[in-house]
Write a protein that binds this ligand. Structure first.
Ligand code: ARG
Length: 568
């Protein structure tokens, strides 16, 4: 597609002798339409060219050579050069591109770069809860978007399948296992055992000691401990898979914490070599006082590894195995300190700076529940599977109400219910806490997943009403120049740029907001223009725009991990 930014940058570069890439980096997209489609802030070059911004602007303006078919107007305003692109050229270019290209916005800018995303990563034998939904959904969206931009992406489910809690579970199971039928509702049962043994630990130091020993034994490969642990793990994974099946989540690697058991030794050796591993009350730590952080516990006094050590081993392993340019960790902000610590300690492992620079914690806010609703027996942990099932159920109720005759209701209810939950998690800047409210999540009119789906379905039905998609030759760009159409086109044109912004900030909500803007722009266009109309040239053009909008809505929603129904 025609790249206006680049054309402008190349021209300015010719005149100023400054690298086109640098110029392109300065070009802005003005917020107000009266400032044009692109603006070049001339003050950026004032220092280098030793001229005032206004002089630079005038010089560029009088020397620039861009066809009127590309840029139709150029204005100097307060040190800015404002470019107005030729609307007809742009409109046709965009429409042609979106409709002939099934994968509009896809690119290869990430080619040759490796991205590792650590997401979801629930803990074995614990409820897969609503907090893990966010990491699963944010991680999956980032995964899709990086991939779409040509990066080589590896998605890792760093399962919490190790740690002293397994020593406890093993102890509890040895004591009372026969009382519980694990097959039935494994995670609930394991949680009960865990709570029971934890209480006993509080009262009896010797029980706690036995639990700690179990974990040490597990790390050392003791047969009985390993067998029990595998059993807990298998049962839990089966449960987790139910959620992943509903969400459509996939991973390239399931290497959880336990995978690093035999890789801990090297971490300890490297840290020893760095001279920073120090003994403290029988344990080994790395002191981080100079960075204003508490020490990082590397090895417990009984020789056991910690969550942090296993993460350090994972960094080493991932650097070697995936040669990552970026390694992202998607967890709640509760773990900010943990990641700061391990990213600091990772610098002692002798890795290339490329790797330690590529580590990034993608943190997100909490999901808060409105009290009274959705709470389970223990008050606040909501099982993800239940939540998703409820979403589907509720979506079905709404469909039954609005469109009782709809075919394949179950399938559509699933797309709508799950899509609503996914979108809700991605709708706002990830660091914000989120208050989960069913009415808001499933509101067809709000800034929600169902609203996007509804808009998409509307584009489909209008196209159907018009008898299908007209051929490109039968449209006329002059009908695309009114405001509501050009707003849509501008958004569509910006799609790839939006995807790039998502990866720059690891912020899928940039795409979510964009899709809402696009859906709103379409609704506005729909309200202001008659689409099915006497004049076939006008109708064809508007249908074509409708088709283009639908394509982008669908591609974008799919990248977020949502499925789009054709009817609803
Ligand atoms: N299992 C952890 C939890 O549920 C998340 C793990 C995140 N990934 C990591 N490499 N530490 O809180």
């Amino acid at each position: 597609m025609i790249n206006f930014k680049k054309i402008i940058a190349d021209e300015i570069s010719k005149i100023t002798n400054i690298e086109s890439n640098e110029i392109e980096g300065y070009i802005e997209v003005p917020k107000e339409p009266e400032n044009g489609d692109y603006a070049f802030p001339c003050f950026k070059l004032a220092k280098t060219l030793k001229k005032s911004p206004n002089v630079i602007a005038d010089e560029i303006k009088s020397n620039i050579q861009i066809s009127e078919n590309v840029i139709e107007k150029l204005e100097v305003v307060g040190g800015y050069l404002n470019f107005f692109v030729n609307k007809e050229t742009l409109a046709l270019e965009i429409l042609n591109e979106v409709t002939k290209n099934k994968e509009y916005g896809k690119s290869n800018i990430g080619e040759g770069k490796n991205i590792v995303i650590d997401y979801s990563s629930p803990n074995i034998a614990k409820t897969f809860h609503i907090g893990h939904l966010r990491t699963t959904v944010i991680g999956a969206a980032l995964y899709n978007i990086y991939k779409y931009l040509g990066y080589n992406v590896t998605g890792i489910n760093h399962l919490g399948d190790y740690g002293t809690q397994f020593g406890k579970l093993i102890e509890g199971y040895k004591k009372w296992g026969s009382e519980y039928n694990l097959e039935e509702n494994p995670i609930e049962k394991l949680t009960e055992i865990y709570v029971r043994i934890s209480n006993e630990c509080k009262e009896d130091e010797s029980v706690l000691e036995a639990c700690r020993n179990n974990f040490k034994k597990l790390e050392d490969g003791d047969k009985e401990c390993v067998e029990l642990w595998s059993k807990f793990k298998d049962l839990s994974l089966k449960e987790f898979q139910k959620v992943y099946d509903i969400l459509g989540t996939k991973f390239d690697s399931w290497n959880g914490e336990s995978f690093y058991t035999d890789k801990i030794g090297e971490v300890i050796d490297l840290l020893k070599k760095s001279g920073k591993l120090i003994e403290s009350q029988g344990a080994r730590i790395v002191d981080l006082e100079e960075y204003g952080m508490p020490p990082c516990l590397i090895q417990k006094s009984n020789g056991s590894s910690t969550y942090a050590t296993r993460d350090l081993a994972a960094i080493l392993y991932r650097a070697r195995t995936y040669d990552f340019d970026k390694a992202l960790y998607v967890t709640s902000y509760e773990q900010i300190l943990h990641f700061k610590q391990i990213f600091q300690v990772a610098k002692l492992l002798g890795l290339d700076k490329k790797y330690t620079d590529g580590l990034e914690h993608v943190s997100y806010g909490m999901v808060l529940l409105e009290t009274g609703k959705m709470s389970t027996r223990d008050g606040n942990v909501v099982k993800l599977e239940d939540l998703l099932k409820e979403a589907i159920e509720r979506a079905k109720e709404i469909i039954n109400e609005k469109n009782p005759g709809l075919e394949n209701k179950d399938e559509i209810a699933k797309k709508v219910g799950v899509g609503a939950v996914i979108f809700n998690d991605l709708a706002n800047s990830r660091i914000k806490d989120e208050i989960f409210n069913w009415d808001r999540v499933l509101n067809f009119q709000g800034e929600t997943g169902p609203y996007l789906q509804y808009t998409y379905v509307r584009t489909k039905s209008i196209i159907e009403k018009a008898g299908g998609i007209p051929s490109f030759e039968n449209i006329d760009a002059k009908y695309l120049l009114e405001e509501s159409s050009s707003k849509i086109l501008k958004l569509i044109y910006n799609f790839e740029n939006i995807l790039i912004q998502v990866t720059e900030k690891n912020e899928p909500s940039i795409l979510s907001r964009y899709l809402i803007d696009l859906a709103k722009a379409y609704s506005n266009f729909y309200n202001e223009n008659q689409i099915i109309t006497e004049d076939k040239k006008i109708q064809n053009t508007r249908i074509f725009l409708t088709y283009a909008t639908g394509n982008v809505l669908k591609i974008g929603a799919n990248l977020l991990g949502m499925e789009m129904p054709d009817r609803m």
